[in-house]
Structures are given as structure tokens and as C-alpha cells.
Design a binder for this molecule. Structure first.
Ligand SMILES: [Mg+2]
Ligand SMILES: [Zn+2]
Length: 282
């Protein structure tokens, strides 16, 4: 629940929190790196999904990538080529220009996200990136560890969260830190459901259409209090952003987006890839 303060309340702002893979970008960064730098390790990644914890798997595969001679520069160059839709960047800039605070809450890692954001000159838009910590060692080998480490007690979230991060716990800390005018969470996958349940009736979930977050919401509607706006692509996100920022009251009319006056763009082929990438990670 939002905390109340007895002192003069700080100027209320909107809080926007984003998943990264298949939400801000139209790919999965963990796949992107291996897809472009080692077809063989990419295949290993696909083959062992579900058998090994995902962050631990990335750590092991990054060691093998280093052993094959792939350098820090190779990884950084590949990440700087991660696709970022212009309308998504426009939406982020619009949020920031309206005084909102922007956070990323992701199961990728700090190096992947920061490198991709810097390549598009949008890293300064975000207050903080909450994700698995990663760092290159002096040899240029990238190391990534779990955000919720093995040294901590398990988070024991009853919702479908991975052991290395419960996004619900993390967004709750952000929600409780300030008296927000409105909270918006944007995601696509199963692990985006838990943070979506933390939002209140004045808040908005921007759920990518036809993917696993939508499935969770439709199967467990009683757990969602916020307005849900479904989106297919960055153009939809930009329209939704304009609507959210333009609304002065806390009441939104999400049906505008469920039944747009102009037809939405055809489902992009990337959605098929998204479904495949999600299916193998779920
Ligand atoms: Mg995602
Ligand atoms: Zn959780």
C-alpha cells in the first residue's frame, strides 16, 4: 500500500517501470548476444533451457564465449546494435519531459542494458536499472550473478517469479518510497505478472499483446487492480503514453486502446520470435 506522510507531501510524480527484453527492445538480449557471437553456444542456450537456472547458465556460457576468443569489444559492439524502435525512444523522452521517473526492472544484466541504452543515448533518462549485476574482469570476461543471490534467503514468492529476482518485491520498494500520482508497469512475460499485481486501481499495466503476461492476466484477473492496456508495438506504446500523460484525472479509458479507431499494425514477425523465446524460457 502507498505510504502516507504526515509532513508536507512531496510533489507527486508518475513512476514508470519497464521490463527490458521484448518490452523496451524487440528481442531478448541474452539470445541476441549468443545469436550474433556464437551459433554453437546459442544452440546450447536453447537446448538447456529449463534444466539450468537462467542467470547461472548465462554466466557459464559467457565463460565459454571468452574461451572462444570473443572480446569485451565484440560483446559491446553487438549490444550497441540491439534494435530500439524510434517510437519507443520518443515515448520514453515524452515521459521524462513530463517529470516522470523511469526505472528498468529486468532479468537481463547491467552490462547488456546499459550498453544498449548508451548506444541510443537514452541511458540518462532512467533513474536506476534493477537487474542481475554484471561486470567485465580485467581479461575482458563478462561475469553475471543473480540479483537475488544464493547468499540470501529465498524470496519464496508464490507467483511465477524466478529464484534470482521477484519483480513484485522490487517494484513494491519503489512504490513505497514515495507518494506517486500514478504507477505504470510495462512488460511482456510471465515474470511481469507479479509486479503487475502490486499496482492499484489508479495505475496502469501496459501488457504486450498475445504474450505470456497477457495469458497470466486473463487467467488470474482477480489479482489485477490496475487498468490494463494491451499493445503490439512501439507505436501503440507511444499512443498509450500520450493518453496517460494527457489524462489529468486518475480515471483512464483503456477501451480506447482495446478498440482503436484505426487498425493496429499487423502482428510483426518479431512477435513470433518473442513467443518462441518466451516459450523456451518459461
Ligand atoms: Mg521481457
Ligand atoms: Zn514475485
Amino acid at each position: 500500500m502507498p505510504s502516507t506522510t504526515s509532513n508536507s507531501a512531496p510533489l507527486s510524480k508518475r513512476l514508470f517501470v519497464f521490463d527490458f527484453d521484448w518490452t523496451l527492445i524487440d528481442t531478448d538480449s541474452d539470445h541476441w548476444v549468443f545469436e550474433h557471437l556464437s551459433e554453437e553456444l546459442y544452440q546450447v542456450q536453447l537446448d538447456v533451457v529449463g534444466k539450468v537456472q537462467w542467470t547461472d547458465l548465462q554466466q557459464r556460457l559467457l565463460g565459454e564465449l571468452y574461451d572462444r576468443g570473443v572480446s569485451k569489444e565484440d560483446i559491446e559492439r553487438t549490444l550497441s546494435q540491439v534494435p530500439f524502435a524510434p517510437e519507443m525512444i520518443e515515448a520514453l523522452r515524452l515521459m521524462k519531459s513530463h517529470g516522470a521517473e523511469l526505472y528498468i526492472l529486468s532479468d537481463a544484466n547491467t552490462v547488456y542494458i546499459e550498453t544498449a541504452l548508451k548506444a541510443h543515448n537514452i541511458d540518462q533518462l532512467f533513474t536506476r536499472i534493477i537487474t542481475n549485476p554484471a561486470v567485465f574482469d580485467e581479461r575482458g570476461r563478462l561475469n553475471v550473478v543473480r540479483y537475488h543471490g544464493l547468499d540470501k534467503e529465498p524470496h519464496n514468492c508464490p507467483l511465477p517469479c524466478q529464484p534470482n529476482i521477484c519483480k513484485g518485491l522490487e517494484i513494491q520498494k519503489l512504490i513505497d518510497a514515495q507518494s506517486w500520482e500514478q504507477v505504470v508497469y510495462m512488460g511482456d512475460s510471465t515474470n511481469d505478472f507479479c509486479p503487475s499485481t502490486r499496482l492499484q486501481s489508479k495505475d496502469v499495466v501496459l501488457a504486450r499483446r498475445s504474450l505470456l503476461l497477457e495469458k497470466e492476466i486473463r487467467e488470474n484477473p482477480q489479482l489485477i487492480k490496475a487498468n490494463v492496456i494491451y499493445w503490439d508495438n512501439a507505436k501503440d506504446v507511444l499512443k498509450a503514453t500520450q493518453s496517460i500523460l494527457g489524462s489529468t484525472s486518475t480515471v483512464l479509458t483503456p477501451p480506447t486502446f482495446s478498440k482503436p479507431s484505426e487498425p493496429l499494425s499487423p502482428v510483426e514477425s518479431s512477435d513470433l520470435k518473442a513467443r518462441r523465446a518466451q516459450a523456451i524460457r518459461a
